[in-house]
Design a protein around this ligand. Structure first.
Ligand SMILES: Cc1ncc(COP(=O)(O)O)c(C=O)c1O
Length: 464
């Protein structure tokens, strides 16, 4: 019997790090495509939109998420430009606050929310409700009521119960809900791979297999208070190539065409979800929005031509690819430790003042990240390092493997790129660590867009 409570990542003999990780000639050098566009090093100090990491740490403390506002906006625009005829919904689950909701609105995008809480942020930002799409596999009556009361543009139906709830609510409120039906197409995609199955063992949507999707269409078409606009599919995350979208689009357009044949209804819209990948490390080579767009639009046009149906109005829902690369997390080093491994190799442990409470993805998904010394240049040789957090958990890893200068020490600042998505939004108070601040930088100006939590905030919840 092999028990393993102590945490997953034990070193393998002679561990020199993953094969894709190259020893850099100069560990101070930035791998530019991992960082927001205005990030560079000036005299060894990391700088973003004219603001130095040292000044940012002094003014706002650490750990801090630092967002390059113009980079975020540019990535949002890039999707709009790549999909000019489509509705681009920024997936708020990646990271949502009032400021980013306003940026998204400014850039003419729509917004995908998946809880009452995300909707509340959008409304506080005065995001146009008609450009909001509401997701969720278990939307409560209260969440649906709020969505209908404020006039949310699209509700993406995910269950039979939801159809019944909407029937009641639309009758009670005297409104019509514009809805899409989420279909699970039997495709799960991630980076370069995708698996296609005839069914899907997951909580979301109506499966094609067994006729659930068509049954949901029949139910919705029978509801006077619901206006069916189209179908929706979302096949995964961190997707680098369009292969998975190819199979997904064929399957969902198959259902789309069948709706026309069986019910005589031409659905005006189709939502192909999100999942567009980003680079976290040198091993990642995501496609650009333009490349993804040309592949996906060709697939949809060809498939519609083959099916003899009109091309529906498309929507997509990128989250990670807009928010992710625009942000890095700034940490201060607290301790370092060299642990000798087998074969005379050692690993340098570098502990920072954050960890799994500000970025759970390494612990949760085994996700890889990169890292750089942000407060000075070092002439020391590069050593294989593991950046870890301050939490009482051996799985509390921030960066599993990275080459950092050998003389990294307490007081140094480290920066981890690509933390704009699914980091702050998945942040926790584990070990009663207050959640970190989010600071936006633009044209040499830095401002707090989400303030750092204080111990008083934590204690305010503690009734005692
Ligand atoms: C329905 C839906 N749309 C969009 C997204 C955004 O995905 P990503 O941030 O990978 O683009 C998700 C992520 O889980 C999702 O579930």
């Amino acid at each position: 019997m092999r028990s393993h409570e102590a945490g997953a990542v034990h070193a393998r003999a002679g561990d020199r790090g993953p094969t894709w990780l190259r020893t850099p000639e100069d560990p101070n050098e930035l791998v530019s495509h991992l960082w927001a566009s205005s990030v560079s090093k000036v005299d060894g100090v990391l700088t973003v939109a004219g603001e130095s990491a040292i000044d940012l740490a002094e003014e706002f403390g650490t750990p801090t998420y630092v967002v390059d506002e113009d980079d975020f906006r540019r990535r949002a625009r890039a999707f709009k430009e790549a999909f000019p005829a489509a509705d681009v919904y920024y997936a708020g689950k990646a990271f949502l606050c009032v400021a980013t909701a306003r940026w998204v609105a400014d850039e003419g995008l729509s917004l995908d929310v998946c809880t009452g809480g995300e909707l509340a942020v959008a409304l506080k930002a005065e995001f146009p409700a008609a450009r909001i799409g509401m997701h969720g596999n278990n939307k409560s009556v209260a969440e649906l009521r709020r969505a209908l009361e404020v006039g949310v543009g699209r509700i993406i139906i995910d269950s039979v119960e939801e159809i019944a709830r909407l029937r009641e609510l639309t009758a009670e409120l005297g409104v019509t809900a514009s809805v899409l039906i989420r279909v699970t197409v039997g495709v799960e995609a991630h980076t370069h791979e995708y698996i296609s199955t005839s069914h899907e063992d997951q909580k979301f949507g109506f499966s094609i297999a067994g006729g659930d999707a068509l049954d949901a269409v029949r139910r919705v078409l029978a509801e006077p208070g619901l206006e069916l606009r189209g179908l929706h599919s979302h096949i995964g995350s961190q997707i680098f190539v369009t292969d998975g979208f190819d199979v997904a689009a064929r399957r969902i357009l198959g259902v789309h065409a069948e709706v026309e044949k069986v019910f005589g209804v031409v659905l005006p819209e189709l939502d192909l979800g999100g999942g567009f990948g980003i680079a976290y490390t040198t091993q990642d080579d995501p496609s650009t929005p333009a490349d993804l767009a040309s592949g996906m639009l060709k697939i949809v046009n060809d498939e519609c031509a083959a099916l003899g149906v009109r091309v529906p109005h498309l929507s997509i829902e990128p989250g990670r690819a807009i928010a992710g690369p625009s942000t890095f997390t700034l940490y201060e080093v607290g301790t370092t430790k060299s642990v000798s491994l087998d074969g005379g190799v050692f690993r340098r442990y570098v502990s920072v003042d954050g960890g799994m409470s500000d970025n759970i993805r390494p612990a949760l998904y085994g996700a890889d990240y990169s890292c750089t010394l942000a407060s000075r240049t070092s002439d020391a040789p590069a050593v294989l390092s593991r950046v870890v957090g301050k939490h009482c958990e051996s799985g509390d890893i921030v960066v599993k493997d990275e080459f950092l200068p050998d003389d990294v020490a307490a007081g140094d600042l480290l920066a981890v790129p690509g933390t704009g998505a699914y980091c702050r939004s998945l942040a926790s108070n584990y070990n009663h660590v207050p959640r970190a601040a989010v600071v936006a930088v633009r044209e040499g100006e830095a401002r707090v867009i989400v303030r750092r939590e204080t111990e008083d905030d934590l204690l305010a919840l503690d009734i005692g």
